[in-house]
Ligand binder design. Structure first.
Ligand code: ANZ
Ligand code: ZN
Length: 818
């Protein structure tokens, strides 16, 4: 028989579907394992190989866990609302209600071909009223809790998508969806108070099992800074001294206060209005403020930053530590939304201030000396040969030019100067976060309407829960107009309604919510799709959540992965969930490139998976993708490469066609054990590429023998099955097996090296028993430590701490001391 992937895959797909081979009984399952992957946007012609790559890698892991005896729940769905889908509909000139539905049907077909464990009975589609009803419900719960508010603020506006964007959706000053440079616009918008959870979002990163890179991105985005708010008294020529006002600055380096030679406020700073009448150069200042309002954030913080600004003539600020008067500037390198929107400038020790001081000829006073730098690297001196400053020193050191604080180390001085000012009522210790509240309203059509009603008498009234969902009406002309209003605003029937409180005439909110709100809770919905009277069932949720393993793209680090954590924390505080982190374990999938470049339509280098399904079959495509490189790195697609995998599967097939014996072959037996061990470890670590190499080595070795052992061959099929589920099933059944290979247990090495036995070692963390492990008695202490420290259970106990020492009582116990 020849290997015919088309025929095999079609036949088994049908059989698996009919038998419900991969369905899980969520109620009865004993060892729940929730294996989740990021659901796709159905906003293109079909699945992208990038999707296929990510899903395959996740599915292999799910299949592996399943064979280890877990009840693996692996659902799939569609993130179908949102700008990406709507933009696609506009491009195609087809209404999204029609287009997106068709797209989903196509995606589903492609996904089914891929041969994953998907349990389609739990499919989620975010555009269905029985889903978005609960998205709106979540909005209302957060609203009631005071975590939602409306405010007028300068926000980012994409002139191409004609809508506002959340902070996280602006990447390098450009729209995350279309790449257009965003503009600032002052409008009234809805926000979620993600800042309320800034501390918790940061703290939990210490213990969740996520890649360090993702954690670092989140840490930087949250951006916690400890420092002081320092008050500078403001003196004006016109004003009497006793009527002075104050400017409050935020600094993380209060130790440099003696080096402050000027103060800067952001052009948007409110105090400007107050001071305006007293400015001697009022007109120029007003003009400067107007000009900077037109700039984009990139222009303000990019290379040009620190180059423009204007002094407030006739006004001075008083340095609270020495009473010296310093000039005040308005400059747009100081941002309005961060800290207090004002800074004390220390040009000797801050690059931005240094650049500005140089431009405007302001004095530079050195207050921190780095002994080390001076000694070790004389060329890095702060002064040029003519005595002018060369560059600022931003590190720690010893204080100079700082009165009675001279000679102190900067860290100590920070404490001392801070304490002194606090005592005098001139400063306050504070923590600021960079993260800003999540802007969730969109002036677009394709999303869930925000469930709010405006009444002239009662004000802002939330839609009562029993009136949900607020249905998205059919709007023929759904394109954004760029008027700053959603297309829903033109639908009279939708807008005009009754006030739920006073029953008077009222109007509906016409903005829809951000797509990231849809996807912020979809993982809660999957296990509960059978329930229509609640978003997620308490019992099922307790049993299946948090998610055991989540795999997806790093590009979501500050978007989806931050929002889901926030929504979970909020629902936890509202007592709907008993956990505050949604994903116990998260791993990144890498990117697939072609010719070294990201695939994109404009480059014409997009690989369409359909072609490869047809020519090679899903098994070959799956395995080829996994063979490109370590799963978390991705790799470069090469058409030629796929043939190597094709040949490998043909070899496995050929071995299946030859007669099997029961004869023992010690050489192959040893190799088999080695392969089992390595493949198991590789899958644990998502090193699928090396696992496949191991399988190739084993297959080649078997090929070179005269006979094929039934036992060895069966085991080979088990090892291949997570990677190539169709061919493994077919060959397994050809061996005469009646039950599916996918219900079998994962193999374990059988033969121990002669004289080797296994022993059980108790694992302690800080002297408390946390786990145990079975290892070969010959294991070295070093090897054991490595294995133990890598165990999921143990890592949980180690958390963010460093291992201080390891105590090993040979063959009995290992104690990890933190
Ligand atoms: C004086 C100083 C001296 C500063 C020095 C730094 C070094 P992070 O760590 O990122 O929080 N800053 C404060 N508010 C600002 C704003 N709205 N726009 C622009 N810059 C602002 O940075 C805190 C530092 O950033 C603060 O500490 C302040 O400059 C500046 F040798 O104060 B520093
Ligand atoms: Zn009313």
């Amino acid at each position: 028989m020849e290997y015919n992937s088309q025929e095999i895959e079609k036949r088994w797909r049908k059989k698996w579907e009919e038998d419900g081979t991969f369905n899980v009984d969520l109620e009865k399952a004993e060892r729940p394992y929730y294996n989740l992957m990021m659901f796709p946007y159905p906003s293109a012609e079909g699945l992208h190989v990038g999707n296929v790559y990510a899903f395959t890698g996740s599915d292999i892991y799910g299949r592996f866990r399943r064979m280890q005896g877990y009840d693996v729940f692996e659902p799939m769905g569609f993130d179908a609302f949102g700008i990406h889908s709507e933009n696609f509909a506009i491009k195609k000139g087809i209404h999204p209600t029609v287009l997106i539905k068709n797209n989903i049907d196509h995606f589903r077909e492609q996904l089914k071909n891929l041969g994953c464990l998907f349990d389609w009975r739990h499919e989620v589609d975010t555009t269905r009223p029985d889903y978005y009803k609960w998205t709106q419900w979540i909005f209302l719960q957060l609203f009631k809790k005071g975590l939602v508010y409306k405010k007028t603020a300068p926000v980012d506006w994409c002139p191409s998508c004609k809508t506002v964007l959340a902070d996280e959706q602006v990447i390098g000053g450009k729209c995350e969806r279309c790449g257009t440079e965003v503009m600032q616009q002052e409008t009234e918008q809805w926000f979620f108070k993600i800042t309320h959870y800034a501390e918790k979002l940061l703290k939990n990163l210490d213990w969740i099992d996520w890649p360090e890179t993702t954690k670092t991105i989140q840490r930087n985005w949250i951006g916690r800074s400890e420092g002081y708010k320092v008050k500078f008294e403001v003196r004006t020529k016109l004003r009497k001294k006793n009527k002075a006002t104050e400017i409050s600055v935020f600094t993380t380096r209060v130790d440099t206060l003696f080096g402050c030679t000027y103060v800067v406020i952001a052009p948007e700073h409110q105090i400007l209005k107050l001071l305006e009448p007293e400015l001697l150069n009022r007109n120029s200042v007003v003009k400067y403020v107007k000009d900077s309002a037109r700039k984009t954030e990139v222009e303000r913080t990019g290379i040009l930053r620190g180059k423009t600004g204007i002094e407030l003539n006739g006004i001075k600020a008083v340095n609270p530590v020495n009473g010296k008067e310093v000039p005040i500037f308005v400059a747009d390198y100081v941002l309005p939304q961060y800290g207090t929107g004002a800074i004390m400038a220390v040009p000797a020790h801050d690059q931005r201030d240094f650049d500005f001081a140089k431009m405007h000829n302001l004095s530079v006073v050195e207050v921190i000396k780095s002994e080390k730098e001076e000694k070790l690297r004389p060329e890095s001196k702060l002064y040029e040969s003519n005595g002018a400053f060369a560059k600022p020193y931003e590190g720690e050191g010893i204080l100079v030019n700082s009165g009675r604080f001279n000679g102190l180390e900067s860290k100590t001085a920070r404490q001392r100067i801070g304490d002194l000012l606090v005592k005098q009522g001139k400063a306050e210790k504070t923590v600021f976060f960079k993260i800003r509240d999540w802007l969730i309203s969109r002036q677009r059509y394709w999303g869930p309407p925000i469930p709010i009603i405006y009444c002239e008498k009662c004000g802002i009234v939330p839609v009562p829960e029993n009136e949900l969902p607020v249905m998205l009406p059919y709007v023929k002309n759904f394109k954004p107009e760029g008027t700053g209003k959603s297309p829903l605003a033109s639908v009279k029937d939708f807008v005009e309604t009754k006030c739920p409180k006073c029953k008077g005439l009222a109007k509906r909110e016409t903005d829809v919510s951000d797509t990231f709100l849809d996807s912020s809770w979809y993982f809660l919905r999957y296990p509960s799709t059978d329930y229509n009277d609640r978003p997620f069932d308490e019992k099922i949720t307790k049993k299946w959540l948090p998610v055991s393993m989540y795999i997806g793209g790093q590009e979501h680090a500050v978007l989806h992965l931050m929002y889901t954590r926030f929504i979970t924390m909020a629902l936890h505080d509202l007592k709907y969930l008993d956990f505050e982190e949604p994903f116990k374990k998260f791993r990144i999938n890498g990117l697939i490139t072609k010719g070294g470049a990201k695939m994109s339509k404009s480059k014409g280098n997009v690989v369409n998976p359909d072609e490869y399904y047809q020519n090679y079959g899903a098994d070959t495509l799956r395995m080829y993708l996994m063979f490109l490189g370590p799963f978390s790195y991705g790799g470069d697609w090469q058409d030629k490469g796929i043939l190597g995998i094709k040949r490998f599967l043909e070899k496995v097939w050929k071995l299946g066609q030859s007669e099997k014996t029961n004869a023992k072959n010690p050489k192959i037996g040893t190799l088999l054990d080695q392969t089992i061990k390595n493949v198991t470890e590789d899958i644990e670590n998502l090193q699928y590429n090396t696992a496949i190499s191991e399988l190739m080595i084993l297959t080649n070795a078997m090929f070179n023998e005269k006979t094929v052992s039934l036992e060895v061959y069966s085991t080979l099929l088990l090892l291949v099955s997570p990677f190539a589920p169709y061919i493994a099933e077919e060959l397994w059944s050809q061996l005469g097996n009646k039950n599916s290979i996918h219900g079998q247990r994962w193999p374990k090495p059988k033969r121990k090296k002669t004289g080797e036995e296994t022993i059980t070692i108790v694992i302690q963390v800080n002297g408390r028993v946390r786990d145990e492990i079975e290892v070969s008695s010959g294991i070295s202490e070093k090897e054991l430590t490595k294995v133990v420290a890598g165990r999921e259970k143990v890592r949980k106990w180690i958390g963010p701490d460093k291992i201080k020492k390891v105590i090993y009582i040979p063959k009995k116990l290992i104690n990890i001391v933190l």
